[in-house]
Design a protein around this ligand. Structure first.
Ligand code: NDP
Ligand code: GDR
Length: 374
């Protein structure tokens, strides 16, 4: 039997990298679209890169962009994929308020461009399509917990763009009989999570602070509640959704939620730091209460290591998200295997290792700077 062929947009991102690994392990020929950048942007997939001069190569990268119709059409024509996973997006909610038009172009129109290219090339009966939809569609939540039938109320240019993508995917399924489906995924994280999403921002900054590389972590709304799972569990589900007899849409979530503040506390605890939260609103701080072990030698009790900076508040916030993954469990047999506690520990340990390396280099006089992004 010939190999199945998959095309992943957003292959250089968190989910794209895990999905590419997963599909390669399943014996797929995997093609990914990467953007041209002035610096290398393939760090998350370098370990699975295969030199195309070798034999038995199963992983191929193509330059491309979701804003470029002719480029997408040409790649689809060349690759003739059995499965397309549309993971590419301007995926940062806060940034979408700064760049709403670009976000709409990539996240909404980009999805249309792909679907239309599949149709234009006559691939609509061959190519199955996965759309990376999001719990952000629920925004100002109309029902707790949120499931497939919960009405949408998007609260950001990102979410509004993703709402177009959601419906155009449903529309192409209904209009042209395409196997096209939406995974409505709640937040999922990992050590590969982008550094400016809140979980990774927390684990990275606290690890740096524990090694004396940073002084203080500045956050926005610590009351926000999220249903956080592990990206590895969620990409497995993306594949499962394309292996059914009939295309359908599924909520993917853990069914548990915690506030941002609790993720801060858990991350600090993993470093041996017990935190005390004092104050409210913009005056809230987290203070080191006690330290155990030897991972946080740069700190002492009484140090203030987390503060609120209102610049991270969003023009319209999504205060609470909690998913109900019953349909995915019943229809697909999917259950998440990694808890938020295990995920947090993995992320902290990974960032601690990086921080220790930086601290060691610095101690020996090497000029290293830690990029402090927000
Ligand atoms: P990332 O931000 O880590 O990855 C996004 C990917 O899209 C990157 O490979 C990025 O390339 C690429 N990309 C950005 N703009 C373009 C463009 N114009 N053309 C082509 N590619 C582009 O996101 P995640 O991996 O976390 O998420 C994957 C998808 O799932 C996204 O669509 C996201 O919106 C959605 N989603 C994510 C959730 C989560 O919690 N992670 C939850 C629900 C949905 P580059 O590396 O060059 O920046
Ligand atoms: P989100 O993720 O907006 O849910 O979108 P993010 O981690 O950015 O924010 C989660 C919550 O934390 C609050 N928050 C902060 N967020 C960031 N980034 N930085 C801060 O300093 C900070 N302080 C508090 C936010 O206000 C928010 O309430 C992610 C993305 O992956 C989307 O692409 C995806 O669709 C959704 O998850 C599901």
């Amino acid at each position: 039997m010939s190999k199945k062929v998959a095309l992943i947009t957003g292959v250089t991102g968190q989910d794209g990298s895990y999905l590419a690994e997963f599909l390669l392990e399943k014996g797929y020929e995997v093609h990914g679209i990467k953007r041209r950048a002035s610096s290398l942007n393939t760090q998350r997939i370098d370990h699975i890169y295969q030199d195309t001069h070798e034999e038995n190569v199963n992983f191929f990268l193509h330059y491309g962009d979701l804003t470029d119709t002719s480029n997408l059409t040409r790649i689809l024509k060349e690759v003739q994929p059995d499965e397309v996973y549309n993971l590419g997006a301007q995926s940062h909610v806060a940034v979408s308020f700064e760049a709403p038009e670009y976000t709409a172009d990539v996240d909404a129109m980009g999805t249309l461009r792909l679907l239309e290219a599949i149709r234009f090339l006559g691939l609509e009966k061959k190519t199955r399509f996965y759309q990376a939809s999001t719990s952000e569609l629920y925004g100002l939540v109309q029902e707790i917990p949120q499931k497939e039938t919960t009405p949408f109320y998007p609260r950001s240019p990102y979410a509004v763009a993703k709402m177009y993508a959601y419906w155009i995917t449903v529309n192409y399924r209904e209009s042209y009989g395409m196997y096209a489906c939406n995974g409505i995924l709640f937040n999922h994280e990992s050590p590969r999570r982008g550094e400016t999403f809140v979980t990774r921002k927390i684990t990275r900054a606290l690890a740096n602070i524990s090694q004396g590389l940073e002084k203080c972590l500045y956050l926005g709304n610590m009351d926000a509640l999220r249903d956080w799972g592990h990206a590895k569990d969620y990409v497995r589900m993306q594949w499962m959704m394309l292996q059914q007899d009939v295309a359908d849409d599924f909520v993917i979530a853990t069914g548990k939620q915690i506030p941002v503040r609790e993720f801060v506390r858990m991350s600090a605890q993993e470093l041996g730091i017990t935190l005390r939260f004092e104050g409210t609103g913009v005056d809230e701080v987290a203070i080191v209460d006690s330290i155990t072990g030897d991972n946080a030698n740069a700190l002492k009790a009484g140090d203030v290591i987390v503060r609120v900076d209102p610049k991270y508040f969003r023009p319209a916030e999504v205060e609470t998200l909690l998913g109900d993954p019953t349909k995915a469990k019943e229809v697909l047999g999917w259950v998440p295997e990694i808890t938020v506690e295990e995920m947090c520990a993995e992320m902290v340990q990974s960032d601690l290792q990086n921080a220790k390396q930086h601290a060691l280099l610095k101690k020996h006089g090497f000029d290293v700077s830690v990029a402090i992004e927000s």
